[in-house]
Design a protein around this ligand. Sequence first.
Ligand code: UDX
Length: 454
Amino acid sequence: MEKQGGHVMVLTYPAQGHINPLLQFSKRLASKGLKATLATTHYTVNFIQSDAVGVEAISDGFDEGGFMQAPSLEAYLESFQAVGSRTVGELILKFNESASPVDCLVYDSILPWGLSVARQFGIYGAAFWTTSASVCSMYWQLRQGVLSLPVKQEPVPVSMPGLPPLRLSDLPDFLAQPGHLSAYMSAVMEQISTLEQNDWVFMNSFDALESELVKAMSGLWSVAMIGPMVPSAYLDQQIEGDTVYGASLWKPTNDECLGWLETKPPKSVVYISFGSMAEIPVKQVEEIAWGLKESDYHFIWVVKESESGKLPINFLNSMNETGLVVTWCNQLEVLAHKAVGCFVTHCGWNSILEGLSLGVPMVGMPQRVDQPTNAKFVEDVWRAGVRAQKDEEGIVTRKELEKCIKEIMVGERSEEIKRNACMWRQSAKSAVSKGGSSDKNTDEFVGVLLKRGK
Ligand code: UDX
């Protein structure tokens, strides 16, 4: 049997914000001549469609209902490690008996046991970090003992290259909250402690976006910035058919959104979404509703089905043509529409990259984990948006939201913010275009695998 060259298996955590960038990376690799296989759980495998990438099921131990069936995050990660490493191993074995043995396992860094599986088969192992390089650096400093937990000191002693001193509210939330520490911290520390053993550490970011961090990290691990992982059509690239991620865990309502957007003037609509996982307190949902109404702009608001019971009834009745509330949409298509002028976001890393890649200015309303740090960067480093401030109860009031939306749409800094957002769009496009920094890093990796595959 003649061996075909260069096969990469990409292992993803089965959440929307993880599948999207890892599937996208698989497509990029396939477009450069590698055979790419995405391994995802039985529960999510049927939601993924890609002509360019093979998609195979592995098990996390919860084949029927996915992680929603697990009693806790700890229990889920434990089960995934035990059952996942066995079933990923079986999948690699299956390919190794075919004409396309696996040469490298790229695994989602939240599943650090992926490296042991790679080593067991004597193949390359590469971590794919799904949040920002800055957050990665922050966790690294934490592991070095710069911080003691829970963090209470203002300003916090952790330092970030190129950033002024950080406040507690700029840190991932669980570092300051003792109750959240165990599950997240042990998962994060395990991820960080294995990074240096990898053949590559891929970051879904690009050099220009986190330039200071790139310098600071280059001596630590074999870091390669390869992002942004956004379908190439949105970055004016020519990978055939690459117009969508190809994975949606919920049914999008896009005909409705796009039809509605077509009737609105350019840059007149506020798009608001909190990603795939956030659970927003009822009081906050109410404040958002009335803040949107009072700001008096058209809006599309994604409220997931599981959250829709929190919407005030009188708000829904009073919306008329001003707003559209949907349970899920193809976010990229909406952000790319000329009618959208502002993105109110929870600052999940994919949403941030999408906002920057499409040049849409943002209002940051971070909720948890890495999102506060991302919001800090949006406002103070990339200057492509503003961050909404919380009151003493931890709520962004309707007045504050209204103020932030107006700041983006017509405020004193509006023009500067819009200019910066456009500048980041150009920068993102340059990074992934032929010869750009992310494209070169990807080519180097592909080159090594193609050689090994021969
Ligand atoms: C989470 C974390 O917040 C994020 O920082 C981490 O890196 C990955 O996991 P999530 O909270 O879901 O992800 O947010 P985000 O990273 O923004 O990812 C959400 C994805 O869902 C985006 O790619 C977005 O385009 C997509 N989406 C969201 C839709 O396609 N439709 C929607 O209606 C809302």
